[in-house]
Ligand binder design. Structure first.
Ligand code: PMP
Length: 463
């Protein structure tokens, strides 16, 4: 092979992949007898595999990423232009697309002020953790260093992010994790019967107050930050109950705790607002984002902070250690912000936030209609085009459907040429929520096709 790819080379590509590629999230034994799936081309909502089979993609690139859809020539054009002009300079220098995108981004995030560039969601979260630790050292004699994370939330694949990860079955093989990460309970109202003392009314405020209890137990003077997903993604597409976020903000203010919101999935339009937290009228102190920032056209992530957080790192310039002594090499790659600028322009030009709200409502209605027909759907939920359908063995006990059966539904849809996902549950061996996150360009016809496939799959698997 000379590095070029022609259709008739596909058997070689498959063999090269089988021989040398270590796939993410994969047990490789089955690839000894079956071909790995390789996607070759995409356009809009559709994607074709190595056998030429067309699929409609209901999960935006598998992992909630390709918000503006595949095959966007305008993004490729601006990235090409930028790379030819200047592809990279790392370290302390700025760049033209970096400056422009920061201005655009901050204009969508009232109250926020500074953008720190890096290249993955995990990395953006690590930057936030490091800032919290440094603020603790600088201002609180090292004491206010603990970071609270929530059961069922996920913040990334690095060792520290796993230490802050509430999907415990994913962490099982990778400890020990660093000290100073403390878990708080989840806020999934549908499963409140599993939480001792959960009330019938005002569950949201109660769930937030459960976090306050952990703060008081640990000592507020030891807690630097609370890190939460606005709508929990891989932990089950958990939309927060009413009153939850408002109470969370109050608690953080009361105990001088930074509120770090992980928008790696929800950020840049997924839920129908620019950011998930904007549904709840609250202001964060730090926001991490990645996937939708450039819809996968380039690897870019950002940690955005308020000016107050930023100022803490420049208040004593005579001390040579008094700045954020951190770098991300590929934070200096200009493809990321160049792609992000055009990605954001597309969302505005094509009114994709409005489409996300309208199509999200439509899709949730369709999922609810499916649940009238299929008793295995315990609850359909979500915001915008970020939706889930939790499957249960029976509605009264809410016993989670087995991972095997949920997997069979996903596989049946794949067979029909419809790619859907399934999320993780924080109990070993459970993975019981079907997941939908089509590109923000989805139409009613696209959604009907996806829902039709799920209907057929549920009928075949459980019928
Ligand atoms: N936070 C959340 C909420 C995520 O879902 C993910 C990835 N699925 C991450 C962080 C980590 O992002 P990355 O894989 O880019 O490191």
């Amino acid at each position: 092979m000379d590095g070029t790819f022609k259709d008739n080379d596909i058997s070689h590509i498959v063999e090269a992949d089988r021989a040398h590629v270590w796939h993410h999230l994969s047990q490789h034994k089955p690839y000894e007898t079956t071909d790995p799936r390789i996607f070759v081309e995409g356009k809009g909502m559709r994607i074709w595999d190595q056998k030429g089979k067309e699929h409609i993609d209901a999960v935006a690139g598998g992992v909630w990423t390709v918000n503006v859809g595949y095959g966007r020539e305008s993004i490729a054009d601006v990235v090409r232009e930028q790379l030819v002009k200047l592809n990279f300079f790392g370290g302390s220098a700025g760049s033209i697309p970096g400056a422009i995108f920061s201005e655009m981004l901050i204009s969508k995030m009232p109250g926020m002020s500074r953008v720190y560039y890096c290249s993955s969601g995990s990395e953006a979260n690590e930057k936030a953790f490091k800032m919290v630790r440094q603020i603790a050292v600088k201002r609180f004699g090292g004491k206010k260093h603990k970071i609270l994370y929530r059961d069922r939330d996920y913040h990334g694949s690095t060792i520290a992010c796993m230490g802050a990860g509430g999907q415990y079955e994913r962490n099982a093989h990778y400890g020990p994790f660093p000290d100073g990460f403390v878990s708080v309970p989840h806020c999934l109202e549908y499963r409140k019967h599993e939480q001792a003392g959960a009330p019938d009314e005002n569950y949201g405020v109660w769930a937030a107050n459960e976090i306050e209890k952990v703060i008081l137990r640990e000592g507020p003077e030891t807690i630097g930050a609370l890190c939460l997903e606005p709508v929990t993604a891989g932990g089950g597409v958990i939309t927060p109950p009413d009153g939850y976020w408002e109470r969370i903000r109050e608690i953080c203010d009361q105990y001088e705790i930074l509120l770090h919101i992980d928008e790696v999935v929800c950020g840049v339009g997924r839920t129908g607002t620019w950011f998930g937290y904007q549904h709840f009228g609250i202001k964060p102190d730090m926001v991490s984002m990645a996937k939708g920032v450039a819809s996968g056209y380039a690897a870019i992530s950002c940690l955005v902070t308020t000016e107050t957080v930023f100022d803490m790192f420049k208040d004593d310039a005579s001390d040579p250690l008094n700045y954020f002594r951190d770098i991300s090499t590929f934070g200096g790659c200009t493809a990321g912000p160049a792609a992000a600028i055009e990605n954001m322009k597309i969302i505005e030009r094509e009114n994709l936030l409005e489409n996300t709200i309208a199509m999200g409502d439509y899709m949730l209605d369709q999922l609810n209609a499916l649940s009238d027909k299929h008793a295995v759907i315990g609850q359909a939920r979500g915001k915008g085009l970020f939706l889930g359908a939790e499957l249960v063995e029976d509605r009264a006990s809410k016993t989670p459907m087995s991972e095997k059966m949920v997997g069979a539904v996903v596989a049946d849809c794949m067979q029909q040429g419809v790619i859907i996902g399934a999320t993780n549950r924080s109990v070993p061996g459970k993975n019981n929520t079907l997941c939908f996150s089509p590109a923000l360009i989805a139409t009613k016809d696209d959604i009907d096709q996806i829902i039709g496939a799920v209907d057929g799959a549920l009928g075949r698997v459980f019928g």
